[in-house]
Write a protein that binds this ligand. Structure first.
Ligand code: SAH
Ligand code: CA
Length: 237
């Protein structure tokens, strides 16, 4: 079939307003959000970096994906106070495991009492480290290769491409990795000079990373405009 010369580029009309986002959260997300995740949002709300917490609407979809793929052994890169970590811990089975990596333990400690109270701390192995050396260390153990069902990546954006290379080895074939913030507040589609200074580095990193994923034959991808944009990848071989 021949494609029309000019493909439609207009948005489909979804999420043109903040009211619509509020509507989604209030009708679909918050009423079904597990209590511990609400508590975690509450203890995070006064934190100066609270905005870094994973968007609950994205979290809701990740929860469903985790169940659909039956994820058991997982990796979390970028913990902060632990919203995405806790949703994973609540979702995987009792004998599931999460290797959670963050360069700082301080913020994890803010959320840890909530995680402990939810009774899922035993599934978490927290590694205080820069993510890249921690992943390389995991790869030194051949048992880790091709053994993970799922990874969530939400730390320093310029390193996403390096995390991706390691994850392609650590994930099982058919394993899933979700990259957060791949639309970087929409800046990836805006000209550089119209983007505030503090977004520019992330914008470049996002553009390069999105291009690299789109060209990577090892994965199937889907970029979903939830939260700040999440890209879901499935390892094909
Ligand atoms: N997923 C979290 C949000 C993560 S925010 C949530 O749902 O709340 C990003 C986190 O990445 C911060 O906690 C920061 O300490 C961590 N981080 C930044 N650079 C890092 C690096 N190079 N290695 C490991 N962690 C890093
Ligand atoms: Ca994020």
């Amino acid at each position: 079939m021949e494609l029309p010369e000019k493909l439609p580029t207009e948005p489909k009309g979804l999420l043109q307003t903040h009211e619509l986002y509020k509507y989604i959260l209030e009708t679909n997300v918050y009423p079904r959000e597990p209590e511990p995740l609400k508590d975690l949002r509450a203890v995070t709300s006064t934190h100066p970096w609270a905005v870094m917490g994973t968007a609950p609407d994205a979290g809701q979809m990740i929860t469903m994906l985790l169940k659909l793929v039956g994820a058991k052994k997982t990796i979390e890169i970028g913990v902060f106070t632990g919203y995405s970590l806790l949703l994973t811990a609540l979702t995987i089975p009792d004998n599931g495991k999460i290797v959670a990596i963050d360069v700082s333990r301080e913020w994890y400690e803010v959320g840890r009492p909530v995680i402990e109270k939810a009774g899922v701390e035993n599934k978490i192995e927290f590694i205080e480290s820069l993510a890249l050396p921690a992943l390389d260390k995991m790869l030194e153990n051949p048992e880790n290769e091709g053994s993970f069902d799922y990874a969530f990546v939400d730390a320093d954006k310029p390193n996403y491409i390096n995390y991706h290379e390691r994850l392609m080895k650590l994930l099982k074939v058919n394993g899933m990795v979700v990259y957060d913030n791949t639309l970087w507040f929409g800046s990836v589609a805006q000209p550089e000079d119209s983007v505030p200074e503090e977004f520019r580095e992330g914008r470049i990193a996002g553009i390069e990373f999105n291009k690299a994923l789109a060209a990577d034959p090892r994965i199937e991808i889907s970029m979903v405009p939830l939260g700040d944009g999440i890209t879901i990848c499935r390892r094909l071989y």
